[in-house]
Design a binder for this molecule. Structure first.
Ligand code: MG
Length: 386
């Protein structure tokens, strides 16, 4: 069985991926974390990988000491992540990193001709064209782990892609569904972190509250499935049981339903093209599912979705700027240094300042991302806006 390497193994997706690996009896060749040394040590002792990587320097030194009684190789930094991604002995990488930091390891794995299980949507948002060109040039491939994209992937499976009319991307609507702009002015961090259906990491949970997550997923879907933004329709589906759907030209809609549990898309990416009966995910009982509802998203109230759609249409580096500014603004919101609606203001500011330049290289992507981050972080934003 091909081993798996989990980049970001101490996060929400990473810990669930390890649960899936255990259920599948799948060997784990490598693990990585940013700074959670205690948990990574625990995981390393339980799963016996050949390599582990800590991106934080001090944490890396700490982990070396903790694991010195083992023969596990401890790597550090982005270099370590890229080494794991490219190493044939480390098998298939599951990229569960948070943010654009996942871009380089994805590129390295694709350059090595690997199939990458991708939970790190920022990789495709920031540099979708570069990533797909790299995959094509080296025979690499991406398998989606995001629940919506796994659903779309399953609905396309075995069907004629030319017969697709549009993709129906479902959204839970997040914790602030139905709120007015006025109410969002006083939205708190605790409120934003309280997702109705999904248990996820902090960054993505805030992205769900602003609906930026759905905007990022729209761009992710464009690159994963090679469709223009006009061919993707977002539907708010509060129950999070239909994880997305594909509408075909003959009028047929295929949807994928299951419990809202990330273990399922993770497992499918690891077992594809087969399906495994591991019992990790409870089957969905449709008799108890209740009513399923669908509605259009409110882009007037949730401006991040509007900005993401505009960036998707503008193309070039606009999605990269959107994403980088969002990462910076969400980090400020998580530190309770800015109010909720300022996330959208700061992202809009970076986009208006930097536009949608064309690009060819990774260096151009990283340079504009750094610029967008700095703009979104700067206090000058609000001065200019008001
Ligand atoms: Mg998702």
């Amino acid at each position: 069985m091909e081993p798996v390497s989990i980049l970001g193994s101490t996060g929400s997706i990473g810990t669930q991926a390890l649960r899936v690996c255990r259920a599948l009896g799948r060997p784990v060749a490598a693990l990585s974390a940013d700074s959670s040394t205690g948990l990574l040590e625990e995981q390393a002792r339980a799963f016996h990988p050949q390599k582990v990587c800590m991106t934080d320097e001090a944490a890396c030194r700490d982990l070396r000491v903790r694991l010195r009684d083992t023969d596990i190789q401890v790597l550090g930094g982005m270099e370590g992540l890229c080494e794991i991604a490219a190493d044939p002995a480390c098998g298939m990488p599951l990229n569960a990193l948070v943010g654009m930091v996942g871009l380089r390891p994805t590129l390295r794995a694709l350059e090595a001709g690997k199939t990458v299980a991708l939970a790190n949507k920022e990789t495709l948002v920031a540099a979708g064209e570069l990533v797909q060109n790299t995959a094509k040039a080296h025979g690499g491939r991406l398998l989606p782990v995001d629940s919506e994209h796994s659903a779309i992937f399953q609905c396309l499976w075995g069907n004629d892609k030319k017969a697709v009319r549009r993709i129906l991307l479902t959204a839970s609507g997040g914790p602030f569904y139905g709120k007015t702009r006025e109410e969002l002015q006083t939205a708190t961090l605790a409120g934003a972190l309280c997702h109705p259906n999904w248990s996820m990491g902090r960054k993505i949970t805030v992205d769900s509250a602003t609906l930026m997550n759905k905007g990022l997923e729209l761009i992710e879907a464009m690159w994963l499935f090679d469709v223009p933004p006009e061919q993707i329709t977002i539907l708010v589906h509060r129950q999070s049981l239909v994880h997305s759907a594909v509408e075909y030209r003959d009028g047929s809609i295929l949807a994928q339903l299951s419990q809202p549990d990330m273990a399922l898309p993770i497992q499918l990416a690891l077992t594809y093209p087969e399906r495994a009966e591991t019992g990790v995910v409870e089957p969905l009982d449709l008799l108890r599912a209740g009513t399923l509802t669908f509605a259009a998203p409110d882009e007037e109230t949730f401006g991040c979705l509007r900005l993401a759609k505009a960036a998707a249409k503008a193309g070039g580096l606009a999605p990269c700027i959107l994403n980088a500014a969002n990462e910076a603004a969400v980090a400020l919101f998580l530190e309770e240094r800015i109010p909720f609606l300022e996330i959208e203001e700061r992202v809009g500011y970076a986009l208006s300042r930097l536009g949608a330049p064309a690009y060819r290289t990774l260096e151009e992507v990283l340079a504009v991302a750094a610029e967008a981050k700095a703009l979104a972080q700067s206090g000058a934003v609000l001065h200019e806006l008001r």
